[in-house]
Unconditional design. Structure first.
Lengths: 381, 153
């Protein structure tokens, strides 16, 4: 007799974070993967990638999401469609009465974010966007703030940068110009990294403080990678902001190359309180191990994914794990966090509403980067 | 105990060695218990960061906490490099400096965990703030708006 009580439908397959999310759901005894599905009019490449993941997972591929959503054995939908398609699909799934597990960032447009929030509310389903909040270091940070040991938090400085991609490839020499609204969020060679990575510290700051962003000043002027430069999408961004109570927030986010960090990249937050300061780091506490093993070398470039976005494409070029830093603790998966919340009948602390607030901050950041001015939130509807 | 000036010299030497390639971004956060020191410490830190980057500073914007004790400067340079220079009022940890330098070929970090494991205070004496840069920082802190270079350094 299966212990699974949640049937999980996967929207969009290979070459998305679904490769990771599906594995996390499949590893949880509370879940049974039902199928991989998508919109029926996706292009040939996307359809093949969807079918590929379905085969790898040993589940059916259902070409039309409308058919898949009719299934009574689907309780949760994991939505990993490309950002531009994500909003409409999420609304559709909520309207079908399914709980939503959403890839980050939520969606590129404010109107889409508002529609998701409204659909979730109307349907009474639970929702969650993948984020840092389920990680042990983030939860420790939250506990530290709540303990009052730092006094009132008055500033928060967060860095999240992924050590992936071939270094030294961008042509330097002049500032990049931002566009608004931002387009081309997810290409084969490049993603908008302020959005893709910046969503983590932005949503983390809001979750940790419980305060909304009030002003945002952002810059997306520099490049590290030729891939991003070719498509005129930023690979790095910085943000200086205030929350509604005046708390100062600074964020750096992006991607800076395979060989620039002993692990996956800098990922930390410094809290400045009226009574103390603390830096919480996803890579601390740790062991540091040095041996006569061959030093870590970056993988060959996979033309299907030169920046190392996806698990399958990294596996294809045999990316070796970095082993110099050994973490002391392992976090439960983000999927397990959402299932725990479902079990408890509670919404996620990173629900569609919280995720939509992150979208608004990101859009304000792009607006600021385009105009060079400080942008005040909330944005006009 | 190594001084802050020695830290700056070590970073400058590493940048000059080109091991990091070309500097693309710097985050420099300094902590000081004296809130009145904020403009001067920010101007000094900005000058150091500008020199590491080696580009003309085009634009400077300040975000300031209402109590004045927390300030972040966003710096934009002529050839595309950027920086975040922050002042945090509070008891310094280690030498009080938290540093991240990202080059297009590598990175450099320095934080409290890399500083002297001692309660002894670090010598933070630096050359006097450049008057033009100090005035620019103060103007940005007052206006809360991005301030362009004009004929400033």
């Amino acid at each position: 007799m299966s212990e699974a009580k949640y049937g999980v439908l996967l929207v969009t397959g290979g070459h998305t974070h679904q490769e990771n999310y599906a594995v996390a759901f499949a590893a949880d005894k509370r879940c049974k993967l039902i199928a991989v599905t998508d919109e029926p009019d996706v292009d040939k490449r996307r359809r093949e990638l969807n079918e590929r993941l379905a085969r790898a997972l040993g589940v059916p591929h259902i070409a039309d999401i409308a058919e898949a959503l009719k299934r009574k054995d689907v309780d949760v939908v994991s939505v990993c469609a490309e950002p531009e398609r994500r909003g409409g699909i999420a609304v559709r799934c909520a309207e079908a009465g399914k709980h939503l597990y959403l890839d980050k960032s939520l969606c590129p447009k404010l109107s889409e974010a508002d529609a998701i929030v409204a659909a979730v509310k109307k349907a009474g389903v639970k929702s969650h966007m993948f984020s840092f909040i389920s990680q042990s270091w983030a939860r420790h940070t939250k506990k530290l703030i709540e303990s009052g040991k730092l006094g009132k938090v008055v500033a928060l400085h967060a860095d999240a940068c992924f050590a992936k991609g071939k270094t030294g490839t961008a042509k330097l020499g002049k500032p990049r110009k931002e566009e608004y609204p931002p387009a081309r969020h997810q290409l084969v060679e490049a993603k908008r990294e302020l959005d893709n990575v910046g969503v983590y510290p932005i949503t983390l700051a809001r979750w940790l403080t419980g305060k909304a962003f009030r002003t945002v000043h952002a810059v997306t002027a520099n490049y590290f990678f030729a891939e991003h430069q070719k498509h005129d999408v930023e690979d790095f961004g910085l943000l200086s902001a205030t929350l509604e109570d005046g708390t100062l927030v600074t964020v750096t986010a992006g991607r800076y190359g395979w060989t620039t960090h002993p692990a996956g990249g800098v990922n930390r937050i410094t809290l400045v309180g009226t009574d103390g300061t603390a830096t919480l780091d996803a890579n601390r506490p740790r062991l540091e191990v040095y041996t006569d093993e061959q030093p870590w070398l970056p993988p060959n470039v996979n033309p299907e994914d030169p920046m190392g976005f996806w698990q399958s494409t990294q596996d294809a070029v045999h990316v070796r794990p970095k082993k110099t830093w050994v973490p002391l603790t392992a976090s439960a998966t983000d999927a397990a966090y959402f299932l725990d919340r479902l079990d408890a009948g509670k919404d996620s602390e990173m629900s569609a509403t919280d995720a939509a607030a992150g979208t608004e901050v990101l859009l304000a950041a792009y607006r600021s980067a385009e105009t060079g001015e400080v942008v005040t939130l909330p944005l006009p509807r | 105990m190594p001084s802050l000036a020695e830290l700056h010299r070590a970073v400058a030497a590493t940048v000059a060695s080109k091991r990091l390639g070309t500097v693309v971004f710097v985050r420099y956060t300094v902590q000081d218990a004296d809130v009145k020191a904020a403009p001067v410490r920010l101007a000094q830190s900005t000058a150091v960061v500008r020199d590491w980057i080696g580009q003309k500073l085009d634009r400077l914007a300040a975000t300031v906490h209402p109590d004045g004790g927390q300030v972040a400067l966003t710096l934009q340079f002529a050839e595309g490099a950027t920086a975040l220079v922050s002042f945090a009022k509070g008891k310094p940890r280690g030498d009080g400096v938290d540093l991240l330098v990202l080059g297009n070929r590598g990175s450099l970090t320095h934080d409290a965990g890399h500083a002297e494991l001692s309660d002894e205070l670090t010598d933070t004496a630096l050359p006097a703030a450049e008057p033009g840069l100090l005035a620019w920082v103060e103007r940005a802190m007052k206006s809360g708006k991005p301030e362009a270079a004009g004929d400033r350094p």
